[in-house]
Design a protein around this ligand. Structure first.
Ligand code: FPP
Ligand code: K
Length: 530
């Protein structure tokens, strides 16, 4: 999806233009009132190459294109389109929808009771992305979170529910979003640390709850919680992963666990030997970016060219959005789960330290990105200055197809589906990724073991086992989690949306604004100890 021909605006009275006469070109007076919107053909027509075999999969794919095309072609009467054929972001309606979703919900939602922490996170994150101040929810979020915490550590989906890594992740991020001492102090960090130790498995992964399944969501949620709350990495002797060797800790083996989740397709599955899915690709890259500088950790554990090929194959035309897996449909939520992978991949590619993967680029994405000359220091990886996906396509899908056009507001999977809090959060998070550009300083050479030891001891003098001198990934983890990213609005190429439709940037790993991440970490760093 690299370059597309734009249809030129049609003048009111079309007349032949002599190809060899510049003078004629200059004489044309364009009537701006009758411009056809500038929509590249790629987004208004069926793909030129089609498989003639009809299957259930091809039929639902065709139906999906059918429901998206009127929205992508600027023909849906409910929207007002700009000159690029793109509707504006309807902030007011989305904000109203999200505030409403934080209130009392209709009876049918009782089935989603165990996901109440998720509703908090989705709504607060989406409101934040839209520029709303959510600190007014501080007291109520703190109170709700308190009712969900277990004495044995972690948060359940509600009072008297079993603690789960996903609900705990959602509560901790919600507390970070509302911010402030009252929110931070809700968390019983000592119990949390013990509970996390009880979920840590000998193969490096985490069970999502005591006795529950082990998958890559668990590892990502745990790594986020550990680093945001500044928890010690030491294992308790009760941990299933405890060996007595103090260099084995909460983050040991996570990289290898992630490695085992990369599949033959190049994507990442939820656990080893399962099907690659976009949501798990984000979890995998998030884990690695917390273990060490992504320029080192990502190529150390993953075949990057194959992952890029799989990720960019998730983007479809004419829809412009992403699917979650091979032969499935576009869905607005993958704007983040897949779209959110690209800033991390770019941080990996844009640093000179990315020497780990030496395979020649293969697959469609790699082929599309090998035209630039600056490949030398990159061990055969595609140059990251060539864009790895079509930001324009994704933004078109989001603004044309994912906004509920009725008074309900909110964002959705695709036309014909109802908006909800989950899609509002991840569609807007994906929009944010597409509208910004993130940069990380190149990785420093790893400090010699002696110096590492001192650095590690400083923040937590009580931490007896932290003084191990081995240069394992967990030693780099404290530093990696504290990397500060630089963000800029993405300004390359044609901008198809108005500046006022740019949502707020979010941290590429924590998926909330960087200032909220830094404030929470700083609070617990100053506090010292548990
Ligand atoms: C398939 O659903 C979905 C999955 C296999 C995984 C979904 C996981 C997440 C969205 C989040 C995980 C991350 C964290 C941090 C908890 P489907 O079959 O309905 O959709 P599809 O057809 O698009 O694959
Ligand atoms: K889906």
């Amino acid at each position: 999806m690299a370059t597309q021909q734009r249809r030129p605006p049609a003048p009111a009275t079309a007349r032949p233009v002599s190809p060899d006469s510049e003078a004629v070109d200059e004489e044309i007076v364009l009537d701006t009132r009758s411009f056809e919107p500038m929509i590249p053909d790629l987004f208004t027509q069926l793909p030129p190459v089609r498989d003639s075999l009809v299957t259930g999969t091809s039929q639902v794919q065709d139906e999906t294109v059918g429901v998206c095309l009127p929205f992508l072609s600027g023909e849906d009467a409910a929207f007002e389109y700009n000159e690029h054929g793109v509707p504006r972001l309807d902030r007011e309606r989305h904000v109203r929808f999200l505030h409403k979703s934080l209130g009392r919900l209709p009876g049918a939602f009782v089935a989603a009771d165990a996901s109440r922490p998720w509703f908090l996170y989705w709504c607060l994150a989406a409101l934040t992305l839209l520029g709303e101040d959510v600190t007014s929810y501080r007291e109520s979020v703190a109170e709700t979170a308190r009712s969900m915490q277990n004495d044995t550590g972690g948060f359940g989906g509600g009072g008297r529910q079993l603690s789960h890594l996903a609900t705990t992740y959602a509560v901790v991020l919600s507390l970070a979003l509302v911010g402030g001492e009252e929110a931070y102090e809700v968390v019983d960090r000592k119990a949390m640390w013990r509970w996390l130790c009880s979920l840590k498995q000998p193969d490096g992964g985490f069970q999502v709850c005591l006795g529950g399944e082990e998958d890559i969501r668990g590892a990502y949620c745990a790594a986020i919680i550990i680093t945001l709350l500044g928890l010690p990495l030491d294992l308790t002797p009760e941990s299933p992963a405890w060996t007595g060797d103090s260099s084995v800790n909460l983050l040991s083996g996570v990289g290898d666990y992630v490695r085992r989740c990369q599949t033959f397709e190049g994507g990442i599955s939820g656990q080893p030997n399962a099907e690659a899915h976009g949501a798990y690709a984000f979890c995998a890259l998030g884990c690695l970016a917390l273990l060490d500088h992504p320029a080192r950790s990502i190529p150390s554990y993953l075949d990057v060219p194959r992952l890029i090929a799989w990720l960019s194959s998730r983007q479809y035309a004419p829809e412009g959005g992403f699917s979650g897996r091979t032969n499935k449909l576009v869905d607005g939520c993958y704007s983040f789960w897949v779209g959110g992978c690209f800033p991390l991949i770019e941080a990996c590619l844009n640093s000179g330290g990315a020497g780990g993967a030496s395979a020649a680029p293969d697959g469609p994405a790699a082929a599309a990105t090998t035209t630039s000359s600056s490949t030398n220091s990159r061990g055969g990886l595609p140059p990251a200055d060539d864009t790895l996906f079509s930001r324009e396509g994704l933004i078109r899908y989001i603004l044309c197809c994912c906004q509920d056009q009725t008074k309900r507001g909110g964002l959705r999977d695709k036309p014909g589906k109802n908006s909800d809090a989950y899609h509002s959060c991840y569609v807007l998070s994906g929009l944010s990724s597409a509208q910004h550009q993130w940069e990380l300083d190149e990785p420093d050479a790893p400090p010699p073991p002696q110096q590492q030891q001192q650095q590690q001891q400083q923040p937590d003098e009580e931490n007896e086992t932290a003084a191990s001198s081995d240069a394992s990934p967990p030693k780099a983890a404290a530093a990696a989690a504290d990397l500060v990213w630089a963000v800029l609005p993405y300004l390359e190429g044609v901008q198809i949306f108005d500046n006022k439709d740019r949502v707020r940037p979010i941290h590429p790993v924590y998926a909330i604004p960087q200032q909220n991440v830094l404030a929470m970490k700083e609070y617990f760093r100053k506090k010292q100890g548990l």
